[in-house]
Design a binder for this molecule. Structure first.
Ligand SMILES: Nc1nc2c(ncn2[C@@H]2O[C@H](COP(=O)(O)OP(=O)(O)OP(=O)(O)O)[C@@H](O)[C@H]2O)c(=O)[nH]1
Length: 367
């Protein structure tokens, strides 16, 4: 129900693991013109990597619901508390974006927003981000994606730079949505206007009827059917720098079920100035060096998510990637890592050539 006064739309940004939700959110934060976006970042895994990735851009207007999946919350009260905080006039927020964990059930999140009793909060629509390069594989493994697309108000088909024929993804996506807009994108570059305009009518909320949304049948049984019930995740934190060669060997031989790796790596003396953000999605792997902040604790923090993972063995393998603290580094040690660093203006994408191990001998890395 609407009330008088300033209404703040709450947009739910969902999508499968690694599809580009954080990238879309960051794009919105940097291109929202005069509007101020409040963000709720819902992470999966004990370390709030996503919250770290969007931090800085947001200052006080981001809140993170770390440690678990929002749709598993017993009730929406925690979410409500954050929405309340962001909706205060002093925050000056025009729109709130909830970035769902890649494993969240969008329908549950939509229900929670609708259940919010805050008079200024109004549901602003469901945006689903799709990884164009992984669409067929994801659909084969997780047919639920079809239902999620059917619920969406706006679908961002992201990573089109990684496919040769965009229509091979756009056409099936269009056939799965009903009235939702399907927006092609690379690097999450969507017009913010699209999101803030996608507020659904009061009568219709995406493809969900109000009866659907207010149905309260979230028993354990239904819950185990959620996408994330079948996933394993591992959080790895270490104060000991990693050896780049060992880490690359680990990544080269990562099991197929290890679908997503994200976080930050400290290579110690191999590059004392930078930490390396790492993103692996399926076969795609990329490192992004970024300077350590002054006084920042030098830590490696990784979250690994996948199916059928032997998390104990993976943890041991990661431990074994620790550097043995040799007094001097070997000058070629970083080559393997640098092959996965994209230089500005470099359209090349090593991930498209196959597994990291398929790349043959490394060339001289750019300085
Ligand atoms: N080539 C390419 N890479 C992209 C694009 N958009 C995002 N990426 C990369 O894909 C990886 C995953 O992007 P994220 O934005 O972290 O994805 P996410 O959906 O938030 O991931 P989870 O939080 O794990 O669900 C990162 O390495 C991004 O830089 C794109 O359009 N093209």
């Amino acid at each position: 129900m609407r009330s008088s006064g300033r209404q703040i739309p709450v947009v739910v940004l969902a999508g499968f693991l690694g599809s580009g939700k954080t990238t879309v959110l960051n794009h919105l934060l940097h291109h929202s013109g005069g509007s101020r976006i409040g963000a709720v970042v819902n992470d999966f895994g004990a370390i709030e990597i996503d919250a770290m990735a969007v931090a800085g851009a947001l200052g006080d207007s981001t809140v993170s619901l770390g440690n678990g999946c929002l749709c598993c919350a017993v009730d929406g009260s925690e979410l409500d508390e954050y929405l309340e905080r962001l909706a205060r006039p002093s925050a000056g927020v025009d729109v709130i974006v909830i970035e769902a964990s890649g494993l969240a059930e969008p329908q549950e999140l939509v229900r929670m927003v609708l259940a919010s009793e805050h008079p200024q909060i109004v549901y602003g629509g469901l945006v689903e981000v799709v990884d164009a390069a992984e669409f067929d594989a994801t659909r084969a493994r997780h047919p639920e994606i079809e239902r999620h697309l059917g619920l969406a108000d706006l679908v961002v088909v992201n990573k089109l730079d990684r496919v040769t024929d965009a229509s091979r993804v756009l056409d099936p996506v269009r056939s799965l949505v009903d009235r939702a807009a399907v927006v092609p994108a690379t690097h999450g570059r969507v017009d913010p206007e699209l999101l803030f305009d996608c507020r659904p009518s009061e009568e219709r909320v995406g493809q969900l009827s109000f009866d659907d949304l207010h149905r309260h049948d979230r028993g354990e049984e239904e819950h185990t059917g959620h996408l994330h019930a079948a996933y394993d995740s591992l959080s790895f934190v270490s104060g000991r720098p990693l050896d780049p060669r060992r880490l690359i060997r680990f990544l080269d031989s990562r099991p197929e079920g290890l679908y997503r790796i994200k976080g930050y790596v400290d290579f110690g003396p191999y590059d004392a100035r930078n930490r390396y953000a790492v993103h692996a999605v399926g076969r795609f792997l990329r490192f992004y060096p970024e300077p350590w902040a002054a006084g920042e604790e030098r830590l490696t923090q990784l979250v690994l998510i996948g199916t059928g993972l032997d998390t104990t063995a993976l943890r041991e393998e990661l431990e074994a990637c620790g550097s043995d603290g040799a007094p001097h580094v070997d000058e070629h040690g970083m080559w393997g890592v640098l092959r996965y660093v994209q230089e500005p203006g470099d359209p090349g994408d090593p991930g498209e050539f196959g597994e990291s191990g398929d790349l043959g001998e490394p060339g001289e890395p750019a300085a």
